[in-house]
Design a protein around this ligand. Structure first.
Ligand SMILES: Cc1ncc(C[n+]2csc(CCOP(=O)(O)OP(=O)(O)O)c2C)c(N)n1
Ligand SMILES: [Mg+2]
Length: 401
């Protein structure tokens, strides 16, 4: 009789391509990335980090209601997105802004969503950072944790059928991001199990950043991280150094091949990182972790500085280029920010639209009541900041069905 004793097993190893000094570990394998592409990835990571800092400050100034930073995890999102095809379908949690950036979501589009202005695709019906883009094949971020994981499993099954039916088209995979905290939800287990039994072409990517708001991983799970669960669901699994963008890219490219084997085979990747920023602008992480812990991580390792060292080692980057890039990006972000801040809010009727094809009688009664209140208290409610003022409510009430 031999009990399996996890504590006696070695930890699952972490896949790396370059070390923390930006040196390639296996010179023969190299990084599978041209200098030109590496520079694009680097610029996107820097752009994301600049946008994060400016938006964090904007929230502190009261100009934005809420924001979430990706600091320390830029390489995971940008590296993954760069290893996929544009048709692959992506589901995000909320700390994957880099996925949107790498796929071509513009600074204007980010800012329109953050301000929930009239050009926001969600028309103001979502929290800031809950981006979505059907053009880019990225589903809209959803706040309730882990709900995206079963959605992704279902979408992967649908994509599997499409791949079979449309054999003239490039086969697609579905990629789903989630945090190690979200992996404690029942939805995680249900989703991985259904993807495994349905043999769906899904790549599940766990960002293990050490915390779920204030809960450190030691209070979140026992056992060897999230990767150890992959084997339990019969999935090919890999643990990757999330600070190493080249390792992230290699891992995702290989996972994509596996996911499409024999029509479909889900894969789990655990990407190791550290959440450098606060959970969100609503959080002060120094209430539950030492400042020195964060400073230590910042100094020791970071996906951006690691790649910068590599670029400098290749002789394609230097201090002056860095300064120039940062100054240009800062101006670009601020320009988009100021433009979006000036736009009107979406028409008020959007608070009711998009649920049913036709407004229900109940919704119409609510609209009438809202309109009545807004008309009676013009000093309390400034309707001019909304597209068309009260017009959209009037039109909704007048519309014959
Ligand atoms: C169902 C549900 N429960 C709780 C929350 C509140 N909540 C938001 S983020 C979060 C932590 C998630 O941590 P993790 O998945 O590790 O992602 P990270 O924030 O570290 O990127 C919690 C508990 C929520 N949004 N939804
Ligand atoms: Mg986490």
């Amino acid at each position: 009789m031999e009990f399996i004793r996890p504590s006696e097993h070695n930890a699952i190893p972490t896949y790396r391509v370059m070390d923390q000094y930006g040196q390639v570990i296996n010179k023969e394998l190299d990084v599978e990335t041209s200098d030109e592409e590496a520079l694009t990835l680097y610029k996107n990571m820097v752009c994301l980090s600049i946008m994060d800092l400016l938006m964090f400050e904007a929230q502190r100034q009261g100009r934005l209601s809420f924001y979430m930073m990706s600091a320390g995890e830029e390489g995971i999102a940008i590296g993954t997105a760069s290893a996929l095809t544009p048709a692959d379908v992506i589901f995000c949690q909320y700390r994957e802004t880099g996925v949107f950036m790498q796929r071509g979501f513009t600074l204007d589009q980010f800012m329109n969503q953050l301000f929930a202005n009239s050009k926001d695709y969600g028309q103001g019906r979502n929290m800031p950072v809950h981006y979505g883009s059907s053009d880019l094949n990225i589903h809209t971020v959803s706040s309730p944790l882990a709900t995206q994981i079963p959605h992704a499993a279902g979408a992967a099954y649908a994509v599997k059928l499409q791949n079979q039916q449309q054999s003239d088209k490039e086969p697609r995979v579905v990629v789903c991001f989630f945090g190690e905290g979200a992996a404690s939800e029942g939805d995680f287990h249900a989703a991985l199990n259904i993807a495994a039994t349905r043999e769906a072409p899904a790549i599940f990517i766990c960002r293990n950043n050490g915390y779920a708001i204030s809960t450190p991983t030691r209070d979140q799970y026992r056992g060897d991280g999230i990767a150890s669960r992959g084997a339990g669901y019969g999935m090919d699994t890999l643990r990757v150094d999330g600070n190493d963008i080249f390792a992230v890219r290699r891992a995702v490219k290989e996972a994509r091949k596996i996911a499409l084997e024999d029509g479909g085979k889900p894969v789990l990747i655990e990407m190791m990182a550290y959440r450098v920023g606060h959970h969100s602008t609503s959080d002060d992480s120094f209430a539950y972790r030492q400042k020195v812990e964060v400073e230590d991580w910042k100094r020791r390792d970071n996906p951006i500085t690691r790649m910068r060292k590599w670029l400098e080692g290749r002789g394609v980057w230097d201090e002056e280029k860095e300064r120039e890039l940062r100054s240009v990006l800062r101006k670009d972000v601020l320009k988009a920010f100021e433009k979006a801040e000036k736009l009107k809010k979406p028409a008020i009727v959007n608070a009711f639209a998009g649920v049913y094809e036709e407004l229900t009688d109940e919704a119409k009664a609510h609209i009438a009541e809202l309109k009545d209140i807004l008309e009676r208290y013009p000093n309390e409610y400034d309707v001019d900041q909304y597209e068309g003022g009260l017009d959209s409510l009037t039109q909704a009430l007048e519309k014959k069905q």
